[in-house]
Design a protein around this ligand. Sequence first.
Ligand code: GAL
Length: 414
Amino acid sequence: MTVHPFPDGFLWGAATAGHQVEGNNTNSDTWFAEHVEPTVFMDVSGDACDSYNRWEEDVDLAASLGLNAYRFSVEWARVEPEEGLFDDDELGHYEGIVDRCRELGLSPIVTFNHFTAPHWFAMRGGWLDPDAPALFARYCRVVADRFGDRIGFAVTLNEPNITRMLTWMDLPPFVRELEAATLEACNVHAGVPRYRLSNVMLPEEIEEFAEGMEAGHRAGKAAIKEVCPDLPVGLSIAVMDDRVVGDDSSVRDRKRVECYGRWLGLAREDDFVGVQNYEAIPYDGAGEVKPDPGVPLNSMGSAIDPTSLAGAVRYVHDEAGVPIMVTEHGLCHEDDSLRVGFIPPAIAGLREVMDEGVPVIGYMHWSLLDNFEWIFGYSKHYGIVAVDRSTFERTPKPSAAVYSAIVRANGAEG
Ligand code: GAL
């Protein structure tokens, strides 16, 4: 357990993302891909958590836990439903969230692109389109213009490395086939040669996508900085705590170069980098070392290990050298008692890394709410607050109280 407090001003938050909680993001690429046949999405997002209407309750909930930050995303597809047409009401909607956060003492940490993009953008090939960075930058400028002066931190892109990282995981071959079939079905239904999304990707296009997204981050950041020069801007990266078993680190090292190299290099130029960690994976000279039988696993199949966060943060700081914001960290499981046991030691580990001299600005737990977990639909649960799927009633789980106690004690043993 943590025994001494975090620095004053440390940001304690919870994270959500628009498409996963708002519901009816009908002009987005992901909504479109959920509805084609076949589709890799197990569920349609539908009303999600109805947060488009209930966002005030969510923000109040975050404040009632004693948090001082809330990470959420602006949905590009709502703000620019047609190419070049910006919707003033939708900008006002997100501006309302920002202002309410500030009224309640929550620093708004705003993701400009959390995987989902407008349907029209995907029809153009998504990040493979040479104009994509400029199109993204135009949207970023409009958002920054509207309320960039009132947000705490801007995250341009969420996990542009996730699809590369997934190539290192043992997904059953049918998932890859279904992803390709989904994109093909999107092409047919949209009547375009190359309908592309940023979290359902063909392995052979991952590198070209990364180039588009890297350029997108640079252009988006420049646009935000033009409007709000003092606003800290960064991107968030999916980072496992990749460990070495034995004395051959070659596989682990190769994974690190492939999955994070480009992004950590890019982050060196930023104000901060977002770390998103969910697991520790050991590698020997032959590949991944699977957990021993009997080791408790999360619902995604990896060992439950609260020490992974510290390892991921330490590694990212060694490589990127800029301040860290933990923009996501959490546990996927039905059984909240596992989350109750997981959060305190993970946060204690984070404090230890800070004692070693690593600058960490804040910790955003993923997630405030049980929500739409992409291709897994509503079958996976990360929330510290449960959401009834028919009434949308929010019920804090015991882990919410545990996290809240840590926050109120500013990390000290409570
Ligand atoms: C991240 C993603 C989130 C959420 C989380 C849990 O990859 O940014 O949107 O889905 O994982 O799987």
